[in-house]
Design a protein around this ligand. Structure first.
Ligand code: HEM
Length: 189
């Protein structure tokens, strides 16, 4: 959805997915992976819209103090991923979609940087992290490579909303479905 709100990004990602597609027809198809723009885009999108913003409930094994708060033993603890990922102490212009910010920093979502714990961290970190990421990136690349996506007639990128809702207790999805019109590229394109 954010791609539709930022049309310039649609073009850049399309070019990258084209390169990926061409490379995947060559011999090196097993080693080719999406890099650069698709990866920074995935990071940017998931920083602003984490699908599991409260992780799964964790428990305190012992009494401890965090940020001045006393956490008693055996309490259910919720960790707000979204608040960490938009904390102005760690992120410049935290609410802006700025994929380039990830070019200047080594901050990643693989569990070492607590300001960006999309997959959790520590011993309960998501074991499907690389499978999930690769699936997401390939899906995005396929969709961009094979279809031109347009908004329905009369709608402008600024009309799109980003309102989300909780479903199934832990998963956050877009509240109103996103309607886009895909036009397949012909094989000659
Ligand atoms: C982009 C896709 C995915 C996201 C954003 C995601 C995110 C998460 C998060 C936030 C947690 C909780 C970590 C915590 O509480 O510290 C989790 C746990 C888990 N995820 Fe994923 N996940 C994804 C894909 C997958 C896939 C593809 C699999 C399996 C093939 C998977 C399997 C699991 C399992 C088994 C756990 C529980 C781990 C435990 O409690 O020890 N996830 N995931």
């Amino acid at each position: 959805m954010i791609i539709c709100q930022s049309p310039s990004w649609k073009g850049k990602l399309f070019l990258e997915s084209k390169l990926w597609s061409e490379a995947s027809h060559r011999e090196d198809k097993n080693t080719i992976c999406l890099t650069g723009k698709t990866k920074t885009k995935t990071k940017t999108q998931t920083r602003l819209h984490p699908p599991f913003p409260l992780l799964v409930p964790h428990g305190s094994r012992e009494q401890c103090k965090i940020d001045g708060y006393d956490i008693p033993i055996k309490q259910r603890v919720f960790i707000n991923v979204w608040v960490c990922a938009t904390d102005p102490e760690y992120w410049e212009e935290p609410d802006s979609f700025k994929p380039k910010r990830f070019k200047k920093t080594s901050v990643d979502f693989i569990g070492n940087d607590y300001q960006f714990i999309l997959f959790g961290s520590g011993r309960r970190i998501c074991p499907g992290i690389y499978f999930g990421l690769r699936t997401l990136e390939l899906f995005l690349a396929q969709m961009l490579n094979n279809y031109d996506w347009k908004l329905p007639r009369g709608l402008n990128p600024s009309d799109l909303d980003t309102i989300e809702t909780l479903t199934g207790g832990v998963l956050v999805v877009k509240k109103d479905p996103l309607h886009l019109i895909p036009t397949p590229y012909s094989s000659a394109d």
